[in-house]
Design a protein around this ligand. Structure first.
Ligand code: C5P
Length: 403
């Protein structure tokens, strides 16, 4: 049984936090509720007091509050800080280290893992300021429970509704009672395109949406792994349970993967990494247009996966898995890449299909390893993610047996 600090901030979904308390209690956990000033305009503190059977913390400066040992020790005693609903305001304060009430101070004071369930109007959620704050928190290891689509209290239909209480409880329980076939493992996943800057405003990108890598990261987290998702520019929201490192270029992705490679048990390179980048890091300012054609000199980017293969050499870990976008014979090309990059598995996608691959929820691929090839004819990327991780687990077990 663990003590969970549940922060409730001022959104219409605040009433759903009552169900979150109930769910956590059903799993045998104790909950201490903290309400922000605006949360109390939506739900009365007595509701939370009755259901948690504890005083509700509403004010850092309430008389007696600082003499109350329980109140003070929450930062050290809580095994998890959950914030549901988390408004744009509380997310902004967390991201920027503002501590002007009990909840924001607790966020800075605790070393417990933090799980945030954002809820707000669609435009707020999509605002660059909010997205940047979410990215900052993700990079700090904060986990998220994705908001859902539906009717919002403001009359809009769109994304931003607080996730269902069951989903929030499930995510919290996953942190509190970790289990799964990848428990104790570090899985590093790359996803999305890279952008190679030509000048201050133009870049070379590609059509990768990030869906394949994000699906793998989500599934690995579901299986109990610690997941670091190194993502190129993508519109997708952070998968629940993964730590997200946002990068832009192949060089940045190379550096981010390199920082974690030595500790990783599995590395899945699902990103569509640019093969070429403008020489000298692109031009300063904006290249002015002229009548004459423009010649761009492109130089090769580092092959991250091949580097990882070289660095691993004969060692059993990390398990290395690559994706390859192919329009020719996927098996022959996959086999060649398997050897050249020194990796365990290549998932060769057939990009000539119109119904699968880039920017689609579906994929068609062939899994190529030293023992042969297995087709994945056409199916959701989430299903392919499961198959890829099943393979990774088998490879991890082989590596263990070889030791
Ligand atoms: O050689 P090719 O680009 O087809 O190989 C694809 C695989 O190699 C993918 O897993 C991709 O993420 C990875 N890759 C890489 N660094 C590059 C290019 C590709 O790690 N510069």
């Amino acid at each position: 049984m663990a003590l969970v600090a549940l922060g409730v901030s001022g959104g219409i979904g605040a009433y759903k936090a009552v169900e979150v308390v109930r769910g956590l209690q059903k799993h045998g956990h104790e909950v201490a509720a903290i309400m922000t000033r605006s949360a109390r305009r939506f739900v009365g503190e007595v509701t939370f007091e009755a259901i948690t059977r504890r005083p509700v913390i509403t004010d850092q400066y309430a008389r007696g509050a600082n003499a109350d040992i329980e109140h003070i020790s929450l930062a050290t005693d809580a095994a998890l800080l959950v914030v549901a609903p988390a408004t744009a305001n509380i997310i902004g304060k967390f991201a920027n280290g503002i501590a002007d009430d009990f909840l924001t101070s607790l966020y800075l004071a605790t070393r417990a893992p933090v799980l945030i369930a954002p809820a707000m109007n669609t435009n707020m959620l999509e605002h660059e300021a909010v997205r940047r704050n979410l990215t900052t928190l993700g990079a700090r290891g904060v986990r998220f429970v994705e908001p859902g689509d539906g009717y919002l209290a403001c009359g809009w239909i769109g994304k931003g509704r607080l996730a269902d209480p069951e989903a929030i409880v499930e995510a919290a329980v996953r942190v509190l009672e970790p289990r799964g076939s990848l428990l104790g493992r570090l899985v590093v996943v790359t996803a999305g395109p890279t952008y190679e800057d030509i000048d201050a405003v133009r870049y070379i990108g590609n059509r990768s949406s990030g869906r394949m890598g994000y699906a793998i990261a989500a599934e690995a987290a579901r299986r109990g792994a610690r997941v670091i998702l190194v993502s190129g520019p993508s519109a997708l929201a952070a998968p629940s349970g993964a730590e997200v490192i946002s990068v832009r270029s192949a060089a940045e992705m190379h550096a981010a993967v390199g920082r974690h490679a030595a500790q990783a048990d599995v590395i899945v390179m699902a990103a569509a990494v640019a093969d070429y980048t403008p020489a000298d890091g692109g031009a300063e300012g904006k290249i002015e247009k002229a009548e004459a054609p423009l010649d761009l000199r492109l130089v090769r980017t580092p092959d991250i996966l091949a580097d990882l293969g070289r660095a691993r050499g004969q060692a059993p870990r990390p398990v290395l898995i690559g994706f390859a976008a192919e329009s020719g014979d996927p098996v022959a090309r996959g086999r060649e890449k398997l050897k050249r990059k020194g990796v365990d598995l290549i998932v060769a996608n057939d990009i000539s299909r119109r119904d699968a691959g880039f920017d689609s929820d579906l994929n068609a691929a062939t899994l190529v390893d030293a023992n042969g090839d297995e087709p994945f004819p056409l199916g959701p990327k989430t299903a392919l993610a499961s198959i890829v991780l099943d393979r990774a687990e088998r490879l991890l077990n082989l590596a263990r047996d070889r030791r």
